[in-house]
Design a protein around this ligand. Structure first.
Ligand code: F6R
Length: 362
């Protein structure tokens, strides 16, 4: 049941520290600065591959984009992230040196299964990151890694997104250490941040009353915009998707630097802007974008570590310091924001209109 929560989604948001402990359990090698993962793919292949293709849909696609940002800064590999429905393999591509990774919570998404089949037909080695043991994807790929988030009933993904990104961060660590591009010291930093994730997420959950008040204050807005750079950009996209799917209000995520190339025309005093000002996400540059929207009268809610970075924002939500995982923790605050906007509007949060938990048609 819902264990006293009004909706499964609310329960699942609050379950995240527990879900993350399951995701991480037994997989962090603090001394070695490495991830301890049960991966059957050949080490020599993982050491020499030169490209990773990620195929996924919706929220899982954004988890893939987060991994791309992590991987490309820490591991010597080119990463391509495609919406599964758009994925094509081009003639002449060296499939023997490419790993295709399906990120899929359910393991049953038809678009993702179909993309994996195209990749396999071209000769690629395939890998799945999924929540569902025994799902169709696990029977199609060469090897799988489970995110261990536990079942998710709310149609909108919450805890599974956070567990996916965490699992992908573990995979990044593993690959970086195996290939030697990630030093033991940097590996130790990353796994230490992974280890601290459950408590960091809890501290954001503890700020729910404040986040709820902000949601209630702005529930009548025309639209909501989310802006971020680097690691925070995929989180901006994910936060916007969450809000639109459960509240039916227009919400969009933008790379902060893109605002001036068009979207700024949409900004008014009735369009709150939620800005990621995390250190790991080029906060100083985003500050300028915040000023651009403030001068058009938009209320700004800044997410950052509790320092001066956000003092000029109308509102701020504190996110604990957590290196490259800070934007992921910020996401939890915006899950709560989306939830409370939708709840205030009386939406059927666990079953938004027109949507299904697992999409088994292409
Ligand atoms: C959004 C959401 C969807 C799924 C997408 C892929 O909250 O849940 O966008 O992420 O349908 O589903 P999986 O991960 O099961 O392949």
């Amino acid at each position: 049941g819902k264990a006293g929560h009004d909706h499964y989604m609310h329960k699942e948001i609050h379950e995240q520290p527990h879900a993350l402990r399951q995701t991480i359990s037994g997989r962090v090698d603090e001394l070695g600065g490495n991830a301890d993962l049960d991966i059957d793919l050949d080490d020599d292949f993982l050491r020499t591959l030169d490209e990773i293709h990620v195929v996924a849909c919706g929220t899982s696609h954004y988890a893939g984009l987060y991994m791309k940002e992590l991987l490309e800064s820490l591991v010597d590999v080119t990463v391509r992230v495609d919406l599964a429905s758009e994925y094509e393999v081009y003639d002449g591509h060296d499939a023997s040196q490419t790993l295709v990774v399906a990120v899929t919570q359910s393991g049953e998404t038809a678009d993702t299964l179909s993309a994996i089949r195209r990749a396999k037909a071209s000769g690629m080695t395939s890998f799945a990151v999924t929540n569902t043991v025994g799902s169709t994807i696990t029977r199609e790929v060469d090897d799988s890694l489970f995110i261990k988030a536990g079942p998710e009933i709310g149609v909108a993904a919450s805890k599974t997104f956070v567990s996916q990104v965490t699992t992908l961060a573990l995979f990044t660590t593993y690959l970086g250490r195996l290939r030697g591009t990630l030093s033991a010291e940097d590996g130790a930093d990353l796994v230490e941040h992974i280890r601290q994730l459950p408590n960091a997420v809890q501290s954001v959950l503890d700020a729910e009353p404040k986040i709820q008040r902000l949601a209630e204050q702005y529930v009548d807005s025309d639209a909501f915009f989310f802006i971020g750079r680097g690691l925070a950009y995929p989180v901006a996209l994910e936060s916007a998707l969450k809000l639109k799917e459960i509240s039916y209000v227009h919400a969009e995520g933008f790379a902060a630097g893109e605002l001036k190339h068009g979207p700024l025309a949409l900004v008014t005093e009735n369009t709150p802007v939620l800005a990621f000002l995390n250190d790991a996400a080029a906060a100083d540059d985003t500050v300028n974008n915040v000023k651009e929207v403030e001068s058009r009268g938009a209320p700004v809610i800044g997410l950052s570590t509790p320092d001066e970075t956000n003092s000029f924002c109308e509102h701020s939500i504190d996110v604990p310091e957590l290196g490259r995982l800070e934007p992921l923790v910020a996401n939890v605050a915006l899950q709560l924001f989306a939830y409370h906007v939708a709840d205030e509007m009386g939406r059927p949060i666990d079953k938004p209109r027109n949507l299904a938990k697992s999409v088994t048609v292409e």
